[in-house]
Structures are given as C-alpha cells and as structure tokens.
Design a protein. Sequence first.
Length: 264
Amino acid sequence: MKFTGKTIWITGASSGIGKAVAIALSKKSVHLILSGRKKELLQEVASVCKENGSTTHIVPFDLGIEKEIEQAAKDVLENETKVDCLYHFGGLSQRSFVHETPLFVDRKIFEVNYFGTIALTKAILPHMISNGGGQIAVTTSIVGKFGFPYRSSYSASKQALHGFFESLRAENVKNNIRVSMIIPGRINTNFSLHALDKEGNSHSKMDAGLESGMSTEKAAIVICKKLKKEKKEILVGGKELLMIHIRRFVPSLYYYLSSRVKPL
C-alpha cells in the first residue's frame, strides 16, 4: 500500500505511539484526521504534520463516551469524502491486582479499550466497504497474547480486540478490508502515568520497563513500514517480545516466568 494521498484517521494521536506514527506518516503527503481527548495537544501535533507537508483535520473525543464517538464519526463522514485507513492507538492501561480491583475499574478499561475502539470501527466500516475497501489497524499489546500480573483487565481487553478484529478480517476479505494488529512491547511512553490503579485513579508513576523501552520514533518507523506491507501482526519492541514465543512454544516456562515476574 502507498500512503501518499491517503486519508488516515489516527486515534490516540496526541501522545505516545499514535503521535509518533502521525508525524512519521505526515512526511508522506497524506491527509490526517487526528483524534484524542485533548484538543490543544492535537493542535500541536497537527502543526508539526503541516510543516511536514500534510493536511490535517482535528476531531477530539473521548473513547470512553459513546455519544462523543458517534459525534466524531458523524463529523468525519460529513466532512471527508473518503477514509482510507483507520488506525487505533487510543487506550487505557491498568496497575492493580485482581483481588483489590472493583468491577467499575474493569468496566472502565473495557469501555475505552474494547467498546470505544469497536464502536468507532463499526461506524466507519460500512463507509470503507462502500468505497471499495480500506485498512484498519488496532493497537493491542504483548499482554493481548498472554496474561500478566497487575494487568488483568487491560490484558483481557486487548485479547478481546484480537478476537473481534480477526473475526472482522475473516468476514471482510471479500470487501478488501485489510486488518493489522499492532502488538507493542515496552515502548517509552507516558502510558503508565495514566493507567488506572485499584481505586480508578491515575497510577501517576513511570514504569521502569517503559522508561527503558524503545523510543516512540523508532517504534513508529517499524509500524509504518509494516503497515505499508499490510502485515497482519506487527510486533514492535525489544527482548520482551520473546515472551510471546515462549508462551506459544514452551508454555510450561511461560507459566513459571509469569508467576515470578515483578509487575512494575
């Protein structure tokens, strides 16, 4: 797939991997629809993208609020002739043990990561199909492939995305809908700062693992290269990605390691 001239909608574009991917793609002369919760941060990203030679359309909304998702989709479909690509980078993490986490925290994580993501997809998918196809990419996590301490509902929400989007892919091959699952390991973002703790508040701490992880700029290069090739699964990160292969090929070792790993 060639990016030049495409209209690409990116959620989670105000920071982290989403921001880095938006800036990387803006060097390809594209039209970017940038979404996130904070309009001011989106404007800053849009300014950089414009300097790189791309046009932008800012559509702020909260993935955890259904009415805002519906309004965002309406805005885009009324003002854009075509959405070629929908890239999901918005999400919410978790830092709490199962036994101490009230159900409302689990529900909030699913509302953002799963229901918000599929709601936007459902709103845009018919448009893509009627226009002859498109590309959808959704960011999950390596813990979307296996369970991990302190991440129970985050892991579950990401595993749910795999099931949903793999089903969507199977249903829509005939409609030229290409689906890529982006599976990051440890990427140096502020993701842990906004993760929910056992009381539903922001964790407000930087994880050492994330702090030493791959830069968002390097991650964006890997992601964009593989999106261009329309890879069905895009692994991005460092040696922590080995855990996926251990879980698949040596499950007994995975069970041993996962029960002894330090959660933070």
